[in-house]
Design a protein around this ligand. Sequence first.
Ligand code: IPM
Ligand code: MN
Length: 364
Amino acid sequence: KHVYEIAVVHGDGIGPEVCAAAVEVVKAALGSGSPLRFTEHPAGAEHFLKTGQSFPEPTFQACRAADAILHGAGGLPGVVYADGTEAGLDFTLRLRFELDLYANIRPVRLFEGVQSPLSGVKAGDIDYIILRENSEGLYAARGAGALLRGEVAVDTLVQTRVGIERIVRKAFELARQSNGAPRDGVRRVTCCDKANVLRSYAFFRSVFDDVAKDYPDVATEHALVDAMAMHLVLKPGHFNVIVSENMFGDILSDLAAATVGGMGMAPSAEIGAANGFFQAAHGSAPDIAGKGIANPFGTILSAASMLDWLGLKHSDEKLSQAAERIRRVTQACLAKGLLSADLGGTSSTRQITHSVCDRLAAAA
Ligand code: IPM
Ligand code: MN
């Protein structure tokens, strides 16, 4: 029988709390015959403080060899290199670039029971995907930019035809797959850029338009990123799949998260041709670390995406079904008011995790 090796890295701050919660939930969803084997490996800012290494080579090898990677959160403010960048982010950023995890899929969904700060929206009204290009763009300059005489700093934004093409194709495929079609029932991909000002984004748009010709069944549109920030607040129900350059996707996905309950409700999946890396889009939240009050749903929903991805890759329906059960139970728990402090509730991480697991056990 097939065993799926899952490399687990807890990371920093609330990372260990939310990661442990997600592992428990996955175990409960798959029951006694679970084909997943979890192995923990160190990385992050804490590890850097202890050992001088933020991302040990054996951890990298284990992640590359694993069937999937599950991460809590990384980084601590102040734990920085001489250039001022954070050591604890090495794990996430090096995995993205060294494993070529080009597609960062960030579902934005308002669950019943969660209050949006937007007026007049209810569960189901907000249900779209931000597809963030994860292997080039401005982030590709990390560690490669120039600092001249300590006075002039330069980072370069890189966009390649191959890189744009593959992320845009992914966007159209996601639009075709999505059952949560937008309010007006149209499958739609929105190309988000700044084509009016910068060459690199004009190129992104022109490649988008070329690729779009292969998907005549999907509606397309363009939106400039500044206008997009406004649209995500004023008409979030319009969107289905939004595709964007790395940095823009980073910024917009936090804005989007705010409309559906905040960073605690922001799952994410980072996918390449061979590897899959799953972690919530939030940071390590050191201010609430160790208090047992972190919202685990971002990581739990990311772990559900991991099961989806593994299930699809290995044609293993049991995994996809477990993913679906996790989402259903999440929905039920939130609707019943099982809310952590960030959502205005009083439930602890443990209480939430136990309730989710109990319901999964009952559903199995
Ligand atoms: C994210 C995070 C990361 C990023 C950090 C942790 C490197 O903010 O996944 O959105 O900037 O991409
Ligand atoms: Mn981010």
